[in-house]
Design a protein around this ligand. Structure first.
Ligand code: AMP
Length: 192
């Protein structure tokens, strides 16, 4: 059976790092919509240029654009053991689109795991990350707070969406990276 995970949490909660490590350990394909948008932007594709203004302000790229891009990435990778989604889904329509896409392949989301980190810790982490990531959306405190508010208003319902049938779970996202990885691995091991 394939494992399909959603690694969930606010911007700066460590999803990217942990998703990469989990992908390696469980042989899953890591899909980060944020990374995909940044690659498109770097290559100056029409999709990247369309996403730019939203990203610069910390707003969500419209669902139609995001869902189309995600569907394509899943479709061109039919032979993987499963996916780990990072930064997607961020809205209820994205959840519905993802469920429909996986259902069309006889698959489903196995589990959503949330990394819990509070807002002040996020602001500190992202400002520090800005120095190495070069991401303009990490450098500006107003943009960071905006991203956190978008997360609270538009994205937290995603947790509840998968909680209705018990697929959502939360773990502490503050602490040592290896310890958090061990806790995540224990959650995934329950599925294997
Ligand atoms: P991230 O790297 O996940 O923090 O994403 C960076 C930016 O890309 C976000 O602030 C959004 O503008 C955009 N983005 C990434 N994933 C999504 C998504 N699932 N839905 C809408 N916008 C997204």
């Amino acid at each position: 059976m394939k494992i399909n995970l959603i690694l969930f949490g606010p911007p700066g909660s460590g999803k990217g790092t942990q998703a990469q490590n989990l992908a390696e350990k469980y042989n899953l394909l890591h899909i980060s919509t944020g990374d995909m948008f940044r690659e498109e932007l770097k290559a100056e594709t029409p999709l990247g240029l369309e996403a730019k203004s939203y990203m610069d302000n910390g707003h969500l790229v419209p669902d139609s654009v995001t869902i189309g891009m995600l569907n394509h990435r899943v479709e061109v990778n039919p032979d993987v053991d499963g996916f780990i989604f990072d930064g997607f889904p961020r809205t209820i329509p994205q959840c519905e689109a993802l469920d429909a896409l996986l259902a069309s392949k006889g698959q489903s989301i196995s589990k959503l795991i949330m990394l819990v980190v509070d807002e002040d810790e996020i602001v500190k982490r992202l400002q520090k990350r800005a120095m190495v990531s070069g991401r303009s959306d990490d450098a500006d405190e107003n943009v960071i707070r905006n991203r956190f508010q978008v997360y609270r208003d538009q994205t937290t319902p995603v947790y509840d969406y998968y909680a209705t049938d018990g697929r959502s779970t939360k773990i502490e996202g503050v602490g040592n990276i290896e310890d958090i990885f061990a806790t995540l691995s224990a959650e995934v091991d329950q599925l294997v």
